[in-house]
Ligand binder design. Structure first.
Ligand SMILES: [Zn+2]
Length: 242
């Protein structure tokens, strides 16, 4: 296990030593978005940070530095619930561009964006912005990646359901209202079909409590396994392309 280097916790001289080895920056990107009545608003950011931390612990060559997370994303689908605090696509593009340039100037060999908020506008914006800025993007919704994840994730029909709630339980169980979670009925919503039909807010899709999927089935064990799979994918991307 390598020591996990977090940019915010390093001194400048310590970072200078690490920069001499041309490190990879791992940048968690999430959102402030309602995740059902049971899981916290920062769920996506927490998951992205958990993946970055695990990858940094696995890799020593190249060394990895976990950058401070970008906690805001493009968030419109949940706008009618308390806690949807989003930024525009233009702001997200600007953040990617500026952090890429700053990291490059400092001597990072590459920055990898690890995004776990999958609203289509967020994903599309990050794909384009990362390509333009020379950042790598861990693209989890591409079929080749999604095939390695759980059934609920593959179907793209979960939000704060079994997949995300399991990850939350693995790393921050104290932030999940478990007694409420265990009583939530499964809400089957075909999100890709709903989006294709032009629906763009959760209640219209049938998500009257800002979740779909089956949060009551979530377990910390499944979350820990999923974290390992996500970390495998990030490590592969770093070793192949960074
Ligand atoms: Zn989420």
């Amino acid at each position: 296990m390598a020591e996990v280097l977090r940019l915010n916790e390093l001194t400048s001289p310590r970072l200078a030593e690490v920069l001499a080895r041309s490190p990879v920056g791992l940048w968690p990107v999430g959102a402030v978005e309602p995740h059902g009545p049971h899981a916290p608003l920062g769920t996506d950011t927490l998951i992205a940070a958990g993946v970055c931390e695990r990858a940094a612990a696995r890799l020593d060559d190249p060394p990895c530095v976990v950058l401070p997370a970008l906690p805001f994303g493009v968030t419109r689908y949940a706008a009618s619930f308390a806690g949807a605090l989003g930024i525009s696509e233009a702001t997200l593009v600007g953040a990617v561009r500026d952090v890429a340039a700053a990291a490059d100037a400092q001597g990072f060999r590459k920055v990898v964006v690890v995004n776990c908020h999958f609203e289509p506008e967020q994903v599309q914006t990050l794909r384009v912005a990362c390509a333009e800025a020379g950042m790598l993007y861990l693209d989890l919704v591409r079929r080749r990646a999604a095939e390695r994840l759980s059934k609920e994730f593959r179907s793209r029909s979960g939000h704060a359901g079994r997949y995300e709630t399991s990850l939350e339980l693995a790393d921050a169980p104290e932030l999940v209202d478990r007694s409420l979670m265990s009583k939530l009925p499964a809400v089957p919503v075909d999100m890709p079909a709903a989006m294709a039909a032009g629906l763009s807010d959760f209640p219209a899709m049938g998500m009257t409590e800002a979740y779909c999927g089956a949060p009551a089935e979530a377990t910390a064990e499944e979350g820990a396994e999923t974290f390992e799979t996500l970390t495998d994918m990030l490590v592969e991307l770093i070793l192949q392309q960074a």
